[in-house]
Write a protein that binds this ligand. Structure first.
Ligand code: IVH
Length: 672
């Protein structure tokens, strides 16, 4: 039993470790430990805090999850108001801004002014207040003077430091208001809308609305489930700061662990700013988040102050916008796509139109409720919008252009016309194909063959279609019953290609459990969930027996996913599908800590850079062999694996007399 002092030290260490892991993962994008080790330490800290509440440190990382929902948000008055920006839309507006600044600052005619330029994030503006380095509040912009207290929700964003990282040379300010923007990356936005469409939730018009909607949740569990992040660019009130430039502010933010935009530059004069604007406009298509322009600011604080304000905007800053990516076009037809799980998604076929430089021919209509809400009909002229790589969507109908010839669309009618049996469960917005109609079955086979699922090389869309059409396959197990003569009977197959495909199929006769689970294409069950489920159950018989509660008891699995797992594994079709498949395929059980691995009871610390393995790969190998990876060296450490530039951990190992090995020796011990 540890003494209270030892426990306190342990809690402090765990708290610091976990915040460092968050920083490495979410800010630096360079994790140093595996997810499972993070989870382990997190649960250990939570258990300790529950047992000894007095040991909980202020701003513990366990604050980031759980807790009761609120009835309403409190109000917070900003110490310095959150202002807005003037706009520029064209090159000449930018040059006019530069002229104004030169006059105002009485700059010598030969001197170019120094501008700090960066992207304008299209999200929700936010102000964080840190006192002595600790996050004390987070507030929305509100009316600029007073915002809403969303501290508990901001705490769930893993890239937001709960405590600023102190750096050697400069002291942390006693108080600082940090200003920035909370955003939802485009990929996550798209995924969220897809999920919302399936369950009949609110569809968000753009990532900004989705970010705002996610923050303004009284139940922070909903916020926590949305992969939000934030970029920080400016300062409101500050006690104990003496920044000379915006550039210095942002560099200091990085030191403190606050995420700053990576696209920024200090430019001399408007011509350089113009170059940056054009460069970002090109890159805009491939940015992982939405931006709507660049922000140009006088870089020097003294000059910004001197420029003053005009109608609630700093005169020394300007937003230089990109043209909006909305256009009008005509809906020529509406079709329905059948998803892997049978979900029926209506899609508008458009008269081709260029939006932000890219030709758009289709746009999603999400579901029947959305079609009705927007009242979209075939023949309508509509506004469409595109955000980054996101599938374009129909925003609204230009009703003035109606001629009376437009035709309303309904999924049920479409299904009847195409002989597809459909259903709509209470509480769901999506119609679903009931019969495993051709399209649905094809999707399931395509998914089953994926590289990260069964990895059947050569089993592509076209071959699946042929095999289905010729009734050579109806179930997954049929794949394993295929004979060379079956394949040779199909168009385009030669001896060689037939043998290759049969060999690829045969190679999957032993496959890891998690890949099989993923391959089954269960609704809401992606690769990560499949791994978690495989680790928790270890084999199929246990899965077929599991109740919803058993699934829900697994960390990382929520009620909806649990329900979907149970619906599949508990159904007679699911049971039949698996039993039949297992006659041909052996499921390799996950290697678990405590199992028969070579590293059972071994605790390893990784430090430095290894010649061939990344740290996370090394950690995974150790864990797969049943070992534990720990972040710090202690008496419990079995050995330390040291790479180039190993630091204090190596010293500590030497002090404690713990064995130190290199990567080659690690691989030898792992038997790989
Ligand atoms: S500086 C006086 N920099 O744009 C406000 N703002 O349209 C100074 N925004 O309210 C803001 N990215 O929420 C600045 N890199 C950036 C920005 C940015 C997005 C937002 C901000 C502001 C709004 C003004």
């Amino acid at each position: 039993m540890k003494s209270k002092a030892e426990l306190r030290k342990w809690v402090t260490e765990l708290t610091a470790n976990l915040e460092r892991f968050n920083y490495e993962y979410y800010v630096c994008d360079a994790p140093t430990i595996s997810d499972s080790e993070y989870d382990r330490q997190f649960h250990e800290l939570r258990a300790l805090e529950e047992e000894f509440p007095d040991l909980r440190l202020e701003n513990s990382p366990t604050l980031r999850v759980g807790g009761q929902a609120l009835d309403e948000f409190g109000k917070i008055k900003h110490r310095i108001p959150m202002l807005s920006l003037g706009n520029a839309f064209e090159e000449k507006d930018l040059f006019a801004f530069d002229d104004r600044m030169k006059k105002l600052l009485e700059a010598d005619s030969g001197r170019e002014l120094e501008y700090h330029v960066e992207v304008k994030f299209d999200g929700l503006s936010m102000s964080l207040t840190y006192e002595k380095g600790e996050l004390v509040y987070a507030a929305t912009r509100g009316d600029g003077e007073t915002g809403e207290n969303v501290t508990r929700n901001i705490q769930t964003i893993r890239s937001v430091p709960l405590r600023l990282r102190a750096s050697g040379d400069k002291k942390l300010p006693s108080l600082i208001e940090v200003r920035g923007e909370v955003i939802l990356p485009l990929k996550d936005f798209e995924k969220l809308n897809r999920e919302q469409a399936e369950r009949g939730g609110k569809i968000f018009a753009n990532p900004r609305n989705a970010a705002a909607g996610s923050i303004r949740q009284l139940d922070r569990k909903i916020t926590a489930s949305r992969p939000l992040t934030a970029f920080w660019y400016g300062v409101g009130a500050c006690e104990g700061c003496d920044f000379e430039s915006i550039d210095e502010v942002q560099k200091r933010f990085s030191v403190w662990g606050l995420l700053t935009g990576q696209y920024r530059k200090v430019c001399k004069g408007p011509a350089e700013v113009m170059k940056f604007y054009r460069k970002i406009e090109k890159a805009r298509e491939s940015l992982p988040y939405e931006i709507d322009g660049i922000v140009v600011k006088l870089n020097r604080m003294r000059e910004l102050d001197q420029a003053g304000f005009v109608s609630r905007a700093p005169r020394g800053m300007i937003a230089f916008k990109y043209p909006p990516r909305q256009e009008t076009t005509v809906v020529e037809d509406i079709i329905v796509q059948v998803g892997r799980t049978g979900a029926l998604t209506p899609v508008a076929i458009l008269r081709p139109v260029k939006v932000g430089g890219v030709e758009v021919r289709r746009a999603t209509l999400h579901n029947q409720d959305e079609i009705e809400r927007k009242d979209v009909r075939v023949g309508d002229t509509v506004f469409i919008q595109r955000a980054g790589d996101v599938i374009p969507e129909v925003v609204s109908v230009v009703k003035e252009k109606r001629t009376g010839k437009e035709k309303p669309f309904s999924i049920p009618e479409w299904c009847e016309k195409h002989g597809i049996e459909f259903e709509r469960k209470p509480g769901e917005a999506a119609y679903r194909a009931k019969n495993a109609g051709g399209e649905l079955r094809k999707r399931r086979f395509e998914h089953f063959a994926l590289k990260d699922a069964m990895n059947i090389d050569g089993l592509g869309e076209k071959i699946i279609e042929q095999l289905l059409d010729e009734k050579k396959i109806t179930t997954f197990a049929d794949l394993y019953r295929l004979k060379e003569s079956d394949l040779l009977a199909l168009e385009g197959f030669k001896n060689k290609s037939a043998q290759n495909l049969l060999a690829s199929i045969a190679a999957t006769r032993e496959t890891e459990l998690c890949r099989i689970i993923f391959g089954l294409g269960i609704r809401h069950v992606g690769e990560r969930t499949s791994k978690v489920v495989a680790n928790a159950f270890g084999a199929f018989p246990a899965l077929l027996e599991a109740r919803v509660e058993d699934f829900e008891a697994i960390h990382e699995i929520g009620p909806e996913v649990a329900k979907s797992l149970r619906e599949y594994f508990g159904s007679s079709e699911g049971k039949r599908e698996i039993t039949e498949l297992l006659a041909y395929v052996a499921a390799i059980p996950p290697r678990k800590a405590g199992g028969a691995g070579a590293f059972v009871d071994v605790t390893v610390v990784l430090t430095g850079t290894f010649p061939t393995l990344s740290r996370s790969d090394a950690a995974k190998l150790v864990e797969d062999a049943g070992g534990k990876v720990s972040a710090s060296v202690s008496k419990k450490t079995t050995f330390v694996v040291a790479g180039a530039e190993a630091g204090s951990k190596l010293d500590k190992a030497n002090d404690l007399g713990i064995e130190v090995i290199d990567e080659t020796e690690l691989l030898r011990r792992l038997g790989v």
